[in-house]
Design a protein. Structure first.
Lengths: 281, 274
């Protein structure tokens, strides 16, 4: 499951003139970790909505081209069943809290209740996920009374607990401090090790560089760059296009410009450190 | 580490620890509703008052008694005082026994009892139903309704309405504060406050609509509408044998009161004022 093919997909939201996505062709393979980056308004969230099947089921608009999820066109998928197959965490943590649960523990277990899991299975999974996301101290609290960062963790935990094959995660760390961000990325790394397919929209490019297998760069609704993470983020064209690139890559390009090139353009601090040591040696 | 004592609570039926609160919502509703109807048949002030006293005694045993009394006392006083005063203003024809004279405004005994009789059925009914609604959390009501076949969606609407009101209020305060920060006068007399308030309505409504859209997606992400049998982490004890008996007694009492009211109560001297 969780192989998604996009074939020349163009999508326009209702009552808008210009398309939010233009001629997107890409295949998301099972078990891989994809990072989506790009400017605001570039179509990142729209692409997430498309992968999750919210387009065309929730957002009507005009969809051209084919979106094939696990061999079946998205138009033929039952949107309710898709929710059991593809987890979706989106930007705003405040609207992701159901508003009907009295404790965080119940909030995290809500998706599992909807899927009909037994009481013991729900309890076990919720306990595991709360430990994983370090929210054990929140379980007895009212989810509506949490801070933005806490709500974001709870919303994330709620989706993780459902154990879907694929996860579409749209800026999960927008309300988190650096420590919280690092924790969330460690969890995403754990999910990657469990061979989940992950599509992550994130502005924190250094973390994207560290964890993702492939990168898609969107601009004005089009894919301008895509491919293996190292290949894309070390590409000078990305720098020239004023895209955000990792600090390590900026350093690598600067070294090259100064006539002291490293053996390769690094994209993580660790790589940069190794390449500098090698150069010295 | 998660508090295991807290987690273990979900392995058992949810309990509040008092006999009334731990009754199934269905039992509480049937008993309350059947009793609440009887002051309407009786239409005598002492019966309505008696129901209020008994209901208050039951409420004393509940852990939600504060909620009950804060609302029930207000309803009791407002309705009673309002009806008594209005009746004294408008009812003269059969009033013969003077009660008190307030600066030339003559009150009559017959009118007083007449108004108390009128108030008794509204107050008796209201206070009894207040007992049900203040001592039964909405989530328990919706849980029981779902058990009885009401849709998941309908119970969500009922449950989330209260939270939506709280959220809307918080958003209104935020909009109001941001207006204040931009130098718009939000304090002062009623006209000034109204001028500041009305422009908040549009962003408030648009914000609420946007929130609804995202909330729908959030629920969809939690497989809310998946066509499978849902499970419940928090469960209530099903209706027990003795609770069925309580409901049966309440129904029988209700039917009996119809006959008693029309055949006996209306003939008693204490109700003759009606």
């Amino acid at each position: 499951m969780a192989r998604i093919e996009l074939k020349d997909v163009t999508y326009r939201y209702p009552y808008t003139k210009s398309p939010a996505l233009k001629h997107i062709t890409y295949t998301f393979e099972p078990g891989k970790f994809y990072g989506i980056i790009g400017e605001n308004g570039g179509g990142k969230t729209t692409l997430c909505n498309l992968l999750r099947g919210l387009i065309p089921h929730f957002y009507q608009g005009s969809l051209k081209g084919d979106v094939i999820i696990d061999g079946t066109d998205v138009r033929k998928w039952d949107t309710d069943e898709l929710s059991a197959q593809i987890g979706y965490v989106f930007q705003n943590p405040f609207t992701q809290i159901s508003g009907i649960k009295e404790t965080v523990f119940e909030e995290v277990g809500m998706g599992l209740e909807n899927l009909g899991y037994s009481e013991e299975e729900v309890i076990k999974r919720v306990c595991d996920v709360c430990e994983l996301l370090k929210i054990t101290d929140l379980v007895e609290k009212d989810p509506n009374a949490l801070s933005g960062g806490q709500k974001q963790r709870v919303a994330f935990a709620s989706i993780i607990s459902m154990d879907t094959e694929m996860l579409v995660i749209d800026e999960p760390t927008s309300q988190l401090d650096p420590e919280g961000t690092e924790d969330v990325f460690q969890i995403i790394k754990t999910l990657k090790e469990e061979h989940k397919t992950i599509v992550l929209v994130e502005h924190k490019i250094d973390l994207i560089a560290e964890f993702c297998d492939e990168i898609i760069v969107l601009k004005d609704g089009e894919i301008v760059f895509s491919g293996p993470t190292h290949e894309i983020l070390s590409n000078r064209a990305l720098l020239e296009a004023n895209a955000t690139i990792p600090q390590a890559a900026i350093f690598g390009h600067a070294m090259a410009d100064a006539g002291k090139p490293l053996a390769d353009i690094p994209i993580t601090i660790e790589e940069a450190e190794r390449l500098v040591r090698e150069r010295k040696g | 580490m998660i508090n295991q004592e807290f987690v273990d609570k979900f392995r058992h039926y949810h309990k509040y620890g008092t006999w009334w609160d731990d009754l199934n919502p269905l039992t509480k509703f049937v008993v309350c509703f059947m009793v609440a109807l009887t002051p309407i048949y009786a239409l005598t002030w002492w019966y309505g008052l008696g129901v209020c006293v008994i209901v208050s005694i039951v409420a004393m045993t509940s852990k939600f008694r504060k909620n009950f009394f804060s609302l029930a006392v207000k309803v009791f006083l407002i309705i009673t005082i309002l009806l008594v005063v209005l009746r004294q203003i408008g009812h003269r024809a059969t009033s013969i026994t003077p009660l008190i004279n307030i600066f030339g405004w003559q009150w009559y005994v017959e009118t007083l009892f007449n108004s108390l009789n009128r108030a008794s059925f509204i107050v008796g009914f209201s206070v009894t139903m207040i007992l049900f609604f203040t001592t039964t959390p909405m989530r328990d009501i919706t849980y029981q309704l779902e058990q009885m076949g009401v849709s998941h969606e309908a119970s969500y609407v009922m449950l989330s309405s209260m939270q939506n009101i709280i959220d809307l209020k918080a958003t209104a305060v935020t909009i109001f504060d941001s207006q204040k920060a931009r130098g718009i006068e939000t304090t002062g007399n009623a006209i000034k406050r109204a001028k500041a308030f009305f422009p908040t309505l549009a962003p408030l409504m648009i914000g609420a609509m946007q929130g609804t859209e995202e909330k729908t997606i959030a629920l969809d992400a939690r497989a809310f509408s998946v066509k499978r049998n849902h499970s419940f982490l928090r469960k209530l004890r099903p209706v027990q044998g003795y609770e069925w008996a309580m409901m049966a007694v309440a129904v029988i009492f209700n039917i009996a009161m119809i006959f008693v009211s029309f055949k006996i109560l209306k003939q008693l001297p204490v109700t003759r004022f009606f």
